[in-house]
Design a protein around this ligand. Sequence first.
Ligand SMILES: Nc1ncnc2c1ncn2[C@@H]1O[C@H](COP(=O)(O)OP(=O)(O)OP(=O)(O)O)[C@@H](O)[C@H]1O
Ligand SMILES: [Mg+2]
Length: 557
Amino acid sequence: MPKIHFLPEELRLKIAAGEVIERPASVIKELLENAFDAWADYIRVEFEKGGLERIVVYDNGIGMAPEDLKLCYRSFTTSKIKELSDIFAITTYGFRGEALSSIAQVSRLKIVSIERGASLPFEIEIEFGKEKSFRPSRLKEGTLVEVRDLFENLPARKAFLKSVKNESAKNVEIFKALLLPHPEKRAALFIDGKEIYNWKGGSLKELFSYLFELPAEYLKETHFECQPYKISLLLTDTRKSFSHGRYLFIFVNNRLIKDDKLTKYIYHLLKRFFGNLGFPAGVIKLDLPPQLVDFNVHPAKWEVRFKREREVFSILDEAIKNHYTTQKSSFYFKETPSDTEWKIMEDLPLSYETISTQKKEIQKGTYLFEKKTLEDFKILGTFKETYLVIEKEESLYIIDQHALSERIHYEFLKKSEFFSFPQKLLLPFLIKLTSEMFENLDKKLEILTKLGFDLELISEEEILVKGAPPDLLEFAREILENLLVLPDFDFLSAREALLKELACKRAIKKGDSLTKEEIRHLIELMFRENLETCPHGRPIYIKLDVSEIEKRLKRRP
Ligand SMILES: Nc1ncnc2c1ncn2[C@@H]1O[C@H](COP(=O)(O)OP(=O)(O)OP(=O)(O)O)[C@@H](O)[C@H]1O
Ligand SMILES: [Mg+2]
């Protein structure tokens, strides 16, 4: 009996809509992008109940003629491209002709619009994909789109949404992010009738500082050009870093990008300057000819493919290097902090992803605002890019940077809850069992499962590894192979071994070059916490008292 049949169009449209419109924030994103494409210089966004009840986006752009208004909510209707080749030279946000049709399928949609230069505005109302009315309306200029009762016809999708507060936060986040490439435009945001932002236009630095409440003095802007690429960077310096990259926005041709590969590469570039400090806040903007980039990769256009990826990556490398190295004189190598200053705990170097217990631990014994005291040691330099040379009181310290960093990571990991939930591996892998591994295998598997590994004994000879604790994904094989050969272990000793491995993997390595800021943070922690040995028991430093030096140099008997 054949089982395959065509899905009814109604269902097809709803499925397609789900790919574009995932939540209220997706609606806001699409409507804002349409407003920018319509050359608006004023945009107002309003939403109620996290956007589930109502979202309104008004813009003063070019508007639509009544014939276009009748068409704009139908699938695959667009004014932005005409033929396939246009996709490879896109200069507008939109090109699929799917956003309004997707929104129309899953909400009660009303669009009021007047074409620039025309005298009569029109409005159209669509309920879950069906046109309900079309008539003359009232609006002085531009376009007003109102979306009510989002996902009311798709209860399953609605149930998957987070709380109103959460959706609200996502809406605000997207509003702020999408505005960043357009600082010259005016924009306002209202939540449940209350004005939250009212931006009157200005520079990118002013806008960022306004939206993220970050003093402009921490932000530096540089521009880097290497034909045909242009990169603009607006980034905080190492005095303002965050444990996450949530305040770091990447734009390619003004489009907000959440591309895993590109993001990871940028994080890697920034690590050279931020090390353990985390990430800067700010904007990384890359502009290149539209023929060299493909945005038609992800249904919500979050991802990109570059024609000449290697070239793009190396330009980014140069631009970031240039941004931070020209800054050195102003803050990197400032010898001592200027008097006492207030620093927010979030800037501490040892912050990890926000897991509640870790946060608590980081703040234990300190305050949210910790008073930074004048340091009582002097950084003399680095020997062989491995040993930090420090003067403190009457002693000279030669410190192994890897051992110290490893111990600091270990201390934080010990207090964390890292090993509770396995994360699925994209590519499960097999471990071939050796005879040592067979010893007490059942017990070992039970303990490793408790520690967050997802393992399955699939034959006499092999274990299939399907998941691992999120922080250990990339080292899972190495760690499991090391642990499984141990003849016996209990939960606590296995956990400790894992933490040591992880701390070692995360630590600064021998030969890594550190900024003075990073060195200062490491040393401060070493003295404050009295750290003496690395997790494996090796000493962290050699201490030479001045008296001993004098004795050896025969300056004193
Ligand atoms: N705010 C607006 N002002 C003027 N015209 C608009 C506005 N919003 C939509 N339109 C018109 O409606 C068309 C359809 O919009 P829609 O967002 O569905 O598709 P798109 O922007 O062309 O492509 P995409 O699906 O990639 O966003 C647009 O091409 C544009 O002509
Ligand atoms: Mg669009």
